[in-house]
Design a protein around this ligand. Structure first.
Ligand SMILES: [Zn+2]
Length: 130
C-alpha cells in the first residue's frame, strides 16, 4: 500500500509501524492515520496534496469522498484536481457523478478529459454525449 509518514513525509514501504526516517509511529490502517492525511490536504504544497489523493484512492474509503470532492471543486492546482478525480474513480462511489459531470464541462481541457474518463469508468452512460 502506498503511504507517507504524516510527520516527515518519507515514503513508507512495506508495512512498518514506525517511520524509518523520523521515528514517528505510523499505523497506516488506523483511522488516526487517515485523519492526519486529510488534515494535510490543507497543505500549501500541491505535490503533497496530490500524493495524499493517491493514498486516499488506494485506501478506497468512502469517508474520504467528501474531501476529494472539495478538492476537485476548489483546488487551484490542476494536478491535484486530476489526482483527486483518479482517487474518486478508484473509490468508485457513484454519488460523485453529478459533481464530476460538472467538472467535465467547467474545468480546463486536460482536467475535463480526465473527468470524462472517470465518468465512463464509474459507468455513467451518456457522459460522453455532447
Ligand atoms: Zn517520518
Amino acid at each position: 500500500m502506498l503511504a507517507y509518514c504524516p510527520n516527515c513525509w518519507a515514503e513508507i514501504t512495506g508495512t512498518p509501524t514506525i517511520c524509518r526516517k523520523c521515528g514517528t509511529g505510523v499505523d497506516v490502517y488506523s483511522h488516526e492515520y487517515e485523519h492526519r492525511l486529510i488534515a494535510l490536504l490543507g497543505s500549501s504544497d500541491a505535490t503533497k496534496r496530490a500524493q495524499i489523493c493517491l493514498v486516499l484512492g488506494e485506501r478506497e474509503k468512502r469517508s474520504s469522498v467528501s474531501h476529494l470532492l472539495a478538492l476537485i471543486a476548489t483546488d487551484p492546482d490542476p494536478l491535484v484536481r486530476v489526482a483527486a478525480l483518479r482517487a474518486l474513480s478508484q473509490i468508485g462511489d457513484i454519488s460523485v457523478v453529478p459533481a464530476i459531470a460538472k467538472i467535465a464541462v467547467t474545468d480546463s481541457p486536460p482536467v475535463r478529459s480526465i473527468a470524462k474518463q472517470v465518468l465512463s469508468s464509474l459507468g455513467a452512460h451518456g457522459a460522453k454525449r455532447r
